[in-house]
Design a protein around this ligand. Structure first.
Ligand code: ATP
Ligand code: MG
Length: 421
């Protein structure tokens, strides 16, 4: 991608009233734009990151048997009345049609839609277990929205729902889902700072689990057991002030961002929607359910909260908008830069294979920008490898990693080796 053609430009200042580091950096660098508090546009750079996060999550969900669907955002009141949540779910956006008396909600979560939907297809024990998920915008009328992408009123979520014949089967799947969640956060580059956190299971289970990423920006207080690498949240510490795994009393208070949540719903939603199946003997039984959420936009914000310095964002390679930021200094070097851009972006591509990816390069070909501006933008945007061609680099290319201080000169062969391995 040529930077001169990019839809966005970087900004020196973040908008007034935007306090969160993730939003300040993402807005200044041109990943997102704020429409109103808690509502953001995802710009080309932001979409590239979001798609990578989405693909990681999708792969891990498919890997545990998830089948992707897309349910409506616009939902009738009746479904929410069936569970009694129309009046009690505070963050529910509700409104009335202008043409009729009909009332609707914008989906903040989809138990009210998936449970009656599943009734169409789950009839007998032979139809179980089954797992479906979606990746979609969710809407919540959140009271406080000062944390940028960490708490939106419109945000992206992956929600997976599992359906089982009995609790034992749910328990087994729950452990698989837990592992898939670890995989997601490891692959997204925040595995080291993300803790499995015991949370209340509501009236149906002893515990649920959150995945909490340690960060000063976190809105939640968690209590970490350094022996087991797990944590408990506030609800649990009030009930039992020890680690649920090893009984350790010395739990360390930290701030965390809840990037994911897994929950054994059991029959909480099957009961009101009368979701039942016939077992081997033809006896009707209630379907047992689990739900599993990850906030994709919150995850993107968390990655920035964990990975940045005073100059800008430091993306993990797996979710970076591009792998390489190629900076061309001086019009005289343009031909050399163009050639390297072509070599990298078509690397490994066969002549007819137009689909093959090559190396993803953002090429700063801007004529009007100074060297200083180009370097500052590269640090702000945070692409993992910065390459420079200038008067000084001669026949070589300067390479520097965003998270390292020193640059070095390499020839093209060495460069390709570094980027491919
Ligand atoms: P919180 O306690 O932070 O309000 P929650 O427990 O209500 O979140 P869930 O209903 O479990 O959240 O939603 C699943 C996931 O969706 C959360 O783990 C989080 O990653 C994400 N999420 C929830 N609310 C928001 C929001 N307002 N903005 C962005 N992501 C969110
Ligand atoms: Mg929560």
């Amino acid at each position: 991608m040529l930077q001169s053609q990019l839809f966005t430009k970087t900004k020196k200042e973040a908008p007034k009233g935007e306090e969160a580091v993730n939003a300040q950096l993402l807005i200044r660098a041109g990943f997102i734009d704020k429409l109103i508090a808690g509502v953001y546009t995802f710009l080309p750079l932001g979409m590239r990151v979001m798609k990578k996060i989405e693909n990681i999550i999708r792969e891990e969900m498919v890997n545990i048997g998830g089948q992707e669907i897309l349910m409506p955002v616009l939902q009738p009141k009746l479904n929410w009345e069936t569970t009694g949540r129309w009046g009690t779910y505070d963050a529910l956006f509700r409104f009335t049609s202008h043409y009729s008396e009909n009332e609707y909600a914008l989906g903040p979560t989809h138990e009210e839609i998936i449970s009656p939907l599943a009734k169409n297809f789950i009839l007998s024990y032979k139809d179980l277990p089954v797992y479906v998920f979606q990746i979609q915008n969710k809407f919540r009328d959140e009271k406080r929205v000062k944390s940028g992408l960490l708490r939106g009123r419109e945000f992206f979520m992956k929600d997976l729902y599992s359906f089982h014949a009995d609790e034992k089967d749910l328990d087994e799947y729950y452990e698989k889902a837990k592992q898939a969640y670890f995989n997601v956060f490891n692959r997204a580059g925040i595995g080291d700072s993300t803790f499995l956190t015991f949370a209340s299971g509501g009236s149906f289970s002893k515990y649920s689990h959150e995945f909490q990423t340690l960060s000063e920006a976190g809105e939640d207080k968690i209590y970490v057991c350094e022996k087991c690498r797990v944590a408990v949240n506030k609800e649990i510490i009030e009930e039992q002030s020890v680690c649920p795994e090893c009984g350790n009393k010395n739990l360390k208070e930290e701030k965390g961002i809840e990037v994911g949540n897994i929950f054994k719903l059991k029959t909480k939603y099957s009961t009101p929607f009368n979701l039942k199946y016939k077992d081997e003997k033809g006896v009707e039984k209630e379907v047992v359910m689990g739900c599993y959420g990850i906030g994709l936009s919150r995850l993107m914000g968390s990655i920035v909260e964990v990975g940045h310095d005073e100059k800008g964002i430091i993306w993990p390679e797996s979710v970076a908008p591009f792998k390489v930021h190629l900076i061309c200094l001086g019009e005289k070097n343009k031909a050399k830069c163009d050639k390297l851009y072509k070599t990298l972006s078509t690397y490994g591509r066969s002549t007819e294979g137009r689909q093959k990816a090559g190396i993803e390069v953002l090429y700063d070909d801007r004529k009007e920008a100074s060297a200083g501006e180009k370097f500052a933008d590269a640090d702000l945007i945070g692409i993992p490898y910065r390459l420079v061609i200038s008067e000084k680099t001669g026949g070589k290319v300067e390479i520097k990693k965003r998270n390292e201080g020193k640059a070095r000169l390499v020839d093209e062969g060495e460069l390709l080796n570094l980027l491919i391995n």
